[in-house]
Design a protein around this ligand. Structure first.
Ligand code: B12
Ligand code: SF4
Length: 392
């Protein structure tokens, strides 16, 4: 196929991509050499913690044709997931007996949905180019998704390491089609748009954001609550607050996120999950009362199911320990039946936290909130949050 026809094909691909629900589509070359050193330095510093899958594939992640031989170009897509109709994330985050769940996990698991859409896009291309071959990815393989997205013009790499678009913020997933045809690449997103802003670095509860646009995963609450299998470092537990699955603080304080469009995907709307329980507005104790069966049933199709019941209960125990003192917290923790040593250890920690706060409360006779978030000298409340507008 001639270059001119390839250019026309790209125009069609972008149109089909948008019709399939992708908010943006761009084309990148397979040359990620500029990012390779930074990637291996990150691994070299052990910032990946226990995520062995991050270190297991040599240069396959930074050299796409090593992962899929014959790859000549990459179609990079993004899909919005923020649901402006969900209960206010700020209110949930600032109410210490409520449970905070990352916005991306309030709804159906995105991996399958994104890959299916990418396959639909590939089928369209195959109708035009019968010998077109591809592999579809969405956070599902050793792929350097953010550098690819930046190269494809989808946005810049923010200080919080996320891809940010000045007109779309960062509340979107990324996905790719590795292609065997040489499509003309889009210009990379040239401008780094953070300027002097350091809101994400300042607000990150665990100071996980490094000065070079990267994150030390071992300190990130997303890693601690989702990826980390064992006991969570006691020094980090109080900083987790009421975040029981993932963390969004570095997005909630990002000024570019004023410009996020709410998702148009039904599967990403909180009402899907709300049909079973109001995950966007629920309390920690309500969730702690679930049996394993309820956990599995309520989270059918949700990404949360993947962490399993033990880590779920571990995370809840930490969050309840971080709540202000409430007698019902101690009651629920004491009554929690579990065979897991991991949960037992976190439960004991949480009971100790609650007991200490009870004693402090008695000593100081203060009715104001003292516990959890504020006692560590770290404000629970950012000077400003930037939430997308509700759709008109
Ligand atoms: C491992 C991982 C994590 C880890 C580590 C996070 C991290 N920052 O690396 C943990 C579990 C902590 C995590 C958390 C989250 N994640 Co995550 N995660 C990934 C995963 C699987 C790999 C990321 C990776 O390669 N990290 C390694 C580092 C070294 O790579 P990197 O940060 O991309 O940095 C490279 C470049 O940015 C470069 N770089 C940076 N600046 C510059 C400047 C120049 C000039 C150059 C040359 C290079 C350079 O340096 C690196 C070297 O290549 C990707 C999916 C994928 N396959 O890519 C999703 C992914 C990055 N995660 C995603 C999301 C949504 C999240 C969370 C928001 C989830 C949540 N709410 O809890 C948080 C956000 C935390 C944060 N601020 O990063 C989305 C991000 C979408 C977006 N808009 O960018 C992705 C792309 C998944 C997806 N398909 O949508 N995640
Ligand atoms: S997700 Fe939370 S803990 Fe992780 S880097 Fe962002 S603000 Fe920090």
């Amino acid at each position: 196929m001639q270059n001119t026809t390839h250019a026309q094909l790209v125009t069609k691909i972008k149109g089909w991509g948008k019709a399939l629900g992708f908010a943006d589509v761009g084309i990148s070359s397979t040359d990620l050499s500029d990012y390779e050193a930074a990637y291996f330095n990150w691994l070299g510093e052990s910032y990946h913690g226990e995520m062995q899958y991050m270190a297991a594939h040599g240069t396959k992640r930074t050299r796409p044709p090593e992962l899929v031989p014959g790859t000549q170009s990459i179609i990079s897509v993004r899909m919005n997931y923020y649901d402006a109709d969900a209960h206010s994330p700020i209110e949930q985050l600032q109410t210490s007996d409520k449970a905070y769940v990352s916005r991306y996990a309030l709804n159906k698991d995105y991996h399958k949905l994104m890959r299916k859409r990418l396959q639909q896009l590939a089928s369209k291309i195959q109708q035009e180019v019968p010998d077109f071959t591809y592999r579809a990815f969405a956070d599902s393989a050793p792929v350097l998704e953010r550098p690819i997205a930046q190269q494809a013009g989808l946005g810049f790499i923010g200080k919080n390491s996320l891809i940010i678009h000045p007109r779309a913020g960062s509340w979107f997933f990324l996905g790719e089609l590795y292609c065997n045809i040489d499509l003309p690449a889009d210009p990379p997103f040239g401008k780094q748009g953070c300027g002097p802003c350091t809101a994400c670095i300042d607000e990150c509860p665990t100071q996980a954001i490094l000065p070079n646009n990267q994150v030390d995963a071992r300190r990130c609450i997303s890693y601690l609550t989702i990826e980390h299998q064992g006991s969570i470092d006691e020094a980090l537990r109080p900083l987790i607050g009421n975040r029981i699955y993932g963390c969004d603080d570095c997005q909630l304080v990002c000024p570019w996120n004023k410009f996020t469009d709410s998702t148009t995907e039904e599967a990403f709307k909180a009402k899907q999950i709300k049909a079973k329980h109001p995950l966007d507005a629920t309390t920690l104790l309500a969730l702690l009362s679930w049996s394993e069966e309820e956990f599995l049933n309520n989270f059918e199709g949700s990404p949360i199911r993947r962490i399993g019941f033990t880590l779920w209960q571990r995370n809840l125990c930490i969050a309840i320990g971080n709540d202000d003192y409430r007698p019902q917290n101690i009651e629920a923790l004491t009554g929690l039946k579990t065979d897991s040593e991991l949960v037992q250890e976190h439960r004991e920690w949480a009971i100790t936290q609650q007991t200490q706060k009870k004693q402090q409360q008695a000593q100081t006779q203060k009715s104001a909130r003292l516990g959890g978030f504020t006692q560590l000298g770290k404000p629970a409340v950012a000077p400003k949050y930037y939430l997308p507008k509700k759709p008109r």
